[in-house]
Design a protein around this ligand. Structure first.
Ligand SMILES: C[S@@+](CC[C@H](N)C(=O)[O-])C[C@H]1O[C@@H](n2cnc3c(N)ncnc32)[C@H](O)[C@@H]1O
Length: 283
C-alpha cells in the first residue's frame, strides 16, 4: 500500500549537532576499547581499578603502548633504574625489617621443603630476585643450586660480582628477563619463589607466568608468592606500576592459572600501619 510519510514535523539535525553525535559515538566506541583492553589485562582487579582514576588515565597507565612498548612495564623499568643495588634499595625505606622478612620466609618454607612427601633441596628459582637478598638469606643455606631471574641487569651483576660472595659459584643461571617473557625449563625447580614482583605483573601476565612455573616444578615442588596485599580491593601505584591486590583477588588469579593453594600465612612482625604482607604456597 502506498504511504505518504510526512517529514514536515521532523527536526533535521544541524551540522554542529551531527558532528557532536558522531564524536559521542566515537567516544563511546573508544571507551569500549579502553574497557575491553583493561578487562583483558586486569580481569580480576579491573573493577577496583575503575574506582581510582578516570578511564582514559587508567587505560594510559595500564594498557597503553608507546613506540611498541607497554607503558605499564616501561615505568617499572625506569623506576628500578634509579634504585641502588643494595639491601636498602630492595627494601625501600624499611631495611631494618629485612631480617624479620627473611625469618618469616624461612619458617614458611620449612613447611614444604626437606622431609618425606616434601620438596627436595636440589634447586630453587628466585623470581624478581633483585640483588639476591632472599636467595642469600633463605635459599643458599638450604639448596644445592639456585637460579635467579630479574629484569634489572644491574642488580644481577651486583649479585654475581659482589653481594652473593662465594654463593655465586652455586648459581646455575641468571635470567635477565621481564617475567612476562620468561620461559622456564620443564621439571626443574623444587621451589619457585616470587617475592615483591607479582605486584609488577598484570593479572593476565601473572596468570600466564604461574602456568609456566607450574610446568617447571619437580615432584612435590611448590610455588610461593610473597607480596603486599591490599586490605580492600586493589590499589595501583602508577609511579612504579605496582598493584596491591587483596588476598582473594590473588587467589582468584592463582585459581585461573590452574593451581591449588596449599597454605597462606601473614608475615608477622611488620608495623600495623604497613600494608599487610602475605605468603601463599601453591602447586
Ligand atoms: C622490591 S624489589 C624485590 C627484590 C627481591 N625479591 C627482594 O625481596 O629483595 C623488586 C624486584 O623486581 C624486579 N622486577 C620488577 N618488575 C619485574 C618484572 N616484570 N620482571 C622481572 N623482574 C621485575 C625489579 O627489578 C626488582 O629487582
Amino acid at each position: 500500500m502506498p504511504s505518504v510519510v510526512d517529514f514536515s514535523g521532523t527536526l533535521q539535525p544541524s551540522h554542529e549537532e551531527w558532528v557532536k553525535s558522531v564524536y559521542d559515538e566515537c567516544r563511546t566506541s573508544m571507551s569500549f576499547k579502553f574497557h575491553d583492553s583493561i578487562i583483558k589485562e586486569f580481569f580480576a582487579s579491573s573493577q577496583f581499578l575503575y574506582e581510582q582514576m578516570p578511564l582514559g588515565k587508567l587505560h594510559a597507565v595500564t594498557c597503553e603502548y608507546i613506540n611498541g612498548e607497554k607503558q605499564f612495564y616501561h615505568r617499572a623499568q625506569k623506576f628500578y633504574e634509579d634504585v641502588t643495588p643494595s639491601e636498602e634499595g630492595m627494601m625501600g625505606d624499611f631495611v631494618e625489617l629485612s631480617e624479620v622478612d627473611l625469618e618469616g620466609s624461612r619458617q614458611f618454607l620449612k613447611k614444604f621443603v626437606g622431609g618425606p612427601g616434601k620438596a627436595s633441596t636440589k634447586r630453587a628459582l628466585d623470581c624478581g630476585c633483585g640483588i639476591g637478598r632472599v636467595s642469600k638469606g633463605v635459599f643458599f643455606p638450604i639448596f644445592e643450586t639456585m637460579e635467579m631471574a630479574d629484569m634489572t641487569e644491574e642488580f644481577l651483576l651486583h649479585a654475581h660480582e659482589e653481594y652473593l660472595g662465594d654463593y655465586a659459584d652455586r648459581v646455575e643461571s641468571y635470567y635477565c628477563y621481564n617475567l612476562k617473557d620468561l620461559i622456564l625449563p620443564p621439571i626443574r625447580y623444587d621451589v619457585v619463589w616470587i617475592q615483591w614482583v607479582a605486584c609488577h605483573l598484570t593479572d593476565k601476565d601473572l596468570m600466564e607466568f604461574l602456568k609456566r612455573c607450574q610446568t617447571s616444578l619437580r615432584p612435590n615442588g611448590v610455588i610461593i608468592i610473597k607480596d603486599n596485599m591490599a586490605r580492600q580491593g586493589c590499589k595501583l601505584d602508577p609511579t612504579d606500576s605496582s598493584l596491591q591486590r587483596h588476598l582473594d583477588v590473588m587467589k582468584f588469579i592463582i585459581g585461573k592459572a590452574g593451581l591449588k593453594v596449599l597454605d597462606v600465612q601473614k608475615q608477622e612482625g611488620f608495623p600495623e600501619v604497613m600494608v599487610p604482607i602475605w605468603m601463599i604456597a601453591m602447586r
